[in-house]
Every structure is written in C-alpha cells, then in structure tokens.
Design a protein around this ligand. Structure first.
Ligand code: PMP
Length: 289
C-alpha cells in the first residue's frame, strides 16, 4: 500500500459538472445515490498523442448507458467530447487514460430517485499497460442474463462481480478471471473482450449478455479488412483447448495476448502480433477517430 498514490490526493484538474476544478476538490457527499444504489455509468478511454481514440463513440455510449439506467446525461456527445479534451489538456497530458462518469446525486435517498440531479465528471491520468504476461482463471461469477441486469450499459453496478472475481483470480496468482455467461458459454474477462485464433480464423463470443467493446469492434473491422475470417458465436469452455492463440481487447487492455487459461497455455502467435501492430497503428496513426 505504501507506494500507492491515492486517487483523491493528486495534483491536476477534474472536469466536474461543467467546469474544471482542482483535483482534490472533485468530491461527492457520502449520501449519494450512485454510491448506495449503483446508479452510475462510466467510460474508460485512451488518449494517444493528444487525441482521444473513438471519443465520440465513448461519449455516445455514456449517454446510452444513462438512458438504459433511466436517466438523461445532461450534456450532448459534442459537449462530452469537449469536456474530455479540455481535461486532458488542463492536465498537460498526451498519452493517458480518460474516465468519464455520470451518476445520480444526493437529492433523494431511496430506491426511487426520480428527481435526483445527474452529475457528470471527467478525470484523466497516466496509465501504462493494463495487463502484463496475462494468465486467466475461471471466475467466481458468471455474466448475468439479459433479463436480470442492464447488460448493455457500462454501469458501475455490473462491476461488483468483476472486482470480486478479479480479486479471487489475483489471490490465486492469476492476472484476471475469465467469466462464463449465464448459459455456461465463454463471455469475457472482468474488463476486456476475448478472442480465440483457431486455424487462422478469429472466434469471439457473441456479445448478447456483455459489453460489445469499442476495441472489440475495432479489432473485428481491422481483421476483416486484412482478410482474416471473424466468427462471432457461442463458444463452449472446452473449445479454449482448440485455440492456437488467445488475446483480449479493451480500451485499457488494448490488444493483449493471453499466456494461459488455468492449465492451458498459449504462445503470442502471428495473428495476435499482426492485430497488435494494426491496433497500435489505428490508435496512434491518425485515423479511425
Ligand atoms: N468488457 C468489460 C467488462 C469492460 O470493462 C470493458 C472495458 N470497457 C470491455 C469489455 C471492453 O470495452 P471497450 O473496448 O469499449 O473498452
């Protein structure tokens, strides 16, 4: 713990309901609906050489996540894009992570909170590689069924089972957990989508009960442009043994090779390498805004 710099005690600025405020002043009260009832949605984004990759898609997803949770984010996608850019600039950052979030405030404290104010904040900080030498183990929890949770929202509450699962994996010496879905099919990790390379083709779970990641869609587009076959389908856990390569995708994770899933081991192979290079080019190369 000694070397951790707490996130509430740093220099810089945070965009908070329309204005940049000193980092340490960006506070909420303990009686905040988002904290008690999970009425919070968020985005994780990466900025490369001063340009936030797919900023508009992330802004639109934040608004859509709020809509799914029954609230209107009080800014347009254009305004959110501008807020994010202003935050990065105010902190003097060029290559960084960007966290935007929206949550119900303190006006009402009960399950019903129809009159609560919707707050929005954007923070930004330096964040290196998300995974190192990634090895996965089976998660404690499964992804919930679409009729049991707002599965297409990037909602804070959905991460409760991710943190528990990731902690259990870390306690066993793994980097992350691989979550199955409510039917027992392979779903994703606690913060990234998963791909298998089987005989030169990419196989990836259908995103019918988890986040269809922006990185996932980017990598699928890149693969198809390069003539790599992409198969979106239900994948049984036994099929993990058929893969020659496995990798995960996410804004923070980018394209990260998976070295092992419990007893199965994988090499970083040519398809993964090619997609890592192509994703690096897409994010830093100046296209696909
Ligand atoms: N699944 C989960 C659970 C995630 O947290 C993330 C990261 N946002 C992803 C998938 C990947 O999504 P994206 O590529 O849009 O970052």
């Amino acid at each position: 713990m000694a070397d951790l710099i707490p996130f509430d005690d740093r220099d810089g600025s945070i965009w908070f309901n329309g204005a940049l405020v000193p980092w340490r002043d960006a506070k909420v009260h303990v009686l905040t609906h988002g904290l008690h009832y999970g009425s919070c949605v968020f985005e994780g984004e990466r900025c490369y050489a001063g340009r936030i990759f797919k900023s508009r898609a992330h802004s639109e997803r934040l608004i859509e996540s709020g809509r799914i949770l029954g609230f209107q984010v009080p800014y347009t996608a254009e305004e959110l894009d501008a807020a994010k850019a202003a935050t990065v600039e105010a902190n003097g950052l060029a290559d960084c992570y960007v966290r935007a979030l929206a949550w119900r405030g303190s006006e009402m404290m009960g399950v019903s909170a129809q009159q609560s104010k919707i707050n929005v904040a954007v923070a930004s900080w330096q964040w290196g590689a998300y995974y190192q030498d990634l090895r996965l183990t089976r998660a404690a929890y499964d992804r919930p069924a679409p009729n049991t949770a707002p599965i297409h929202a990037k909602a804070a509450g959905l991460y409760m089972i991710c943190t528990v699962s990731k902690h259990a994996a870390e306690d066993k010496g793994f980097g992350d957990a691989i979550m199955l879905d409510y039917r027992g099919f392979v779903a994703e990790t606690t913060g990234a989508n998963i791909f298998l390379v089987i005989d030169g083709a990419l196989h990836t779970p259908l995103p019918d009960c988890f986040l269809n990641g922006i990185t996932r869609r980017t990598v699928i587009d890149i693969a198809r442009q390069r003539g790599i076959e992409v198969v979106e389908r239900h994948i049984r856990p036994e099929e993990l043994a058929d893969a020659q390569e496995v990798f995960v995708t996410g804004t923070a994770a980018e394209v990260t090779p998976v070295r092992a899933i419990d007893d199965l081991t994988y090499q970083k192979g040519p398809v993964t390498e090619a997609l890592m290079d192509a994703y690096r080019e897409a994010t830093r190369g100046g296209h696909a805004a």
